[in-house]
Design a protein around this ligand. Structure first.
Ligand SMILES: Nc1nc2c(ncn2[C@@H]2O[C@H](COP(=O)(O)OP(=O)(O)OP(=O)(O)O)[C@@H](O)[C@H]2O)c(=O)[nH]1
Ligand SMILES: [Mg+2]
Length: 320
């Protein structure tokens, strides 16, 4: 499944079918809202009228793909209509499907790779409750299955429960957990953890961070400090910065991404809780507007519910 550098191992055809069914099930709310409404709109219609386009715009708009993306898709349909390339309403669905797929081909962001013998360091950030700790647990499980030595770093030191939660995931996944007492300086925890990772020859280090602070220290300043200390200890690290976004927040996730990206720099987005929401269309807005690749999606709370994001499968699970 997850390869250490995010490359996808190719599953066998039957494995792929199983994974696809699981994805389809996870995305069923989004599928019912978006394509269910599209099907009802086109049912029995013979002509593409202005009213039909208006209703279509409303459906797209409320599916969380974003205002700009909706506008672009409607303009495209109007152009095709004017050029007489589009006649029957039922073709619209295919046109939308293909175009949305082309929007999902996000460029990859350049990032450093670890030097020989050094661990891959991944810093995980995001506002509180989005699923940072859970995603770390799932990713750790996957790395361990690939035979990697994994270390989890409890740099969310404000809540005792946060450290405890990470420790439970560490145990479940078979990964080391480095922690200090509640209230410890997160950067100090990270510094010590990296020292240990170098001496233990750990392959992957995942740093869990806070989503909200009790002190006056600004969250962004805190995260910048962790980033700086990581780079001091291990030049080039963190090699990856994963921003966790909760799909159920809809469009607000995009402004969160802009803020974190400007302050810290983000190499990949992980979109969680896609299973519980009809707002799966947010994937389109994120890819198109941010230009940061979506690396994984979370489609449940269980350990194997983190999946590499595959645009074709994603669109297939919603449209087909
Ligand atoms: N349904 C579903 N729930 C998820 C997913 N990912 C995380 N969760 C749940 O979301 C809740 C919050 O997850 P955490 O991992 O604690 O979030 P966090 O970002 O670490 O939160 P803070 O540490 O408070 O900042 C938990 O109940 C998780 O089980 C997902 O993909 N699907
Ligand atoms: Mg957490």
């Amino acid at each position: 499944m997850l390869n250490i550098y995010g490359k996808k191992d190719t599953p066998s055809p039957s494995e792929h079918r199983g994974l696809f069914q699981r994805l389809r099930q996870g995305l069923s709310k989004t599928r019912h809202t978006l394509t269910g409404r599209l099907d009802r709109l086109f049912l029995g219609k013979k002509e593409i009228t202005a009213d039909l386009l208006e209703e279509l715009e409303e459906i797209l708009f409320t599916s969380d793909i974003g205002v700009a993306t909706t506008g672009e898709l409607i303009d495209l349909l109007k152009e095709k209509l004017a050029r007489k390339e589009l006649k029957e309403p039922e073709i619209i669905k295919t046109v939308l499907r293909d175009h949305i797929l082309s929007f999902l081909k996000a460029p990859s962001v350049e990032h450093a790779l670890p030097a020989h013998g050094e661990p891959l360091v991944i810093m995980v950030i995001g506002v509180n409750g989005v699923g940072k700790t859970t995603t770390i647990g799932k990713a750790a499980h996957s790395f361990v299955l690939q035979g990697k030595e994994v270390m989890l770093v409890a740099a969310d030191t404000f809540r005792a429960a946060a450290v405890e939660q990470l420790a439970i995931w560490g145990e479940r996944a078979g990964a080391d957990v480095v922690k200090q007492g509640t209230g410890a300086d997160p950067s100090a925890v990270v510094y010590d953890a990296l020292t240990a990772a170098l001496s233990r020859q750990t392959d992957v280090v995942l740093i869990d961070t806070a989503g909200r602070l009790h002190t006056k220290v600004n969250l962004m300043e805190e995260l910048q400090k962790i980033r700086r200390v990581t780079d001091q200890k291990l030049p080039g690290a963190p090699h990856e910065v994963w921003l966790i976004l909760d799909a159920t927040t809809g469009q607000n996730a995009i402004s969160q991404a802009e803020i974190f990206n400007n302050a810290i720099g983000v190499t990949s987005i992980i979109l969680t809780k896609l299973d519980g929401t009809a707002k799966g269309g947010i994937v389109v807005g994120i890819s198109k507007q941010l230009g940061i690749p979506i690396k994984y999606i979370g489609i449940g709370e269980k350990v194997d519910d983190l999946r590499p994001f595959n645009a074709k499968d994603f669109i297939g699970a919603i449209f087909d």
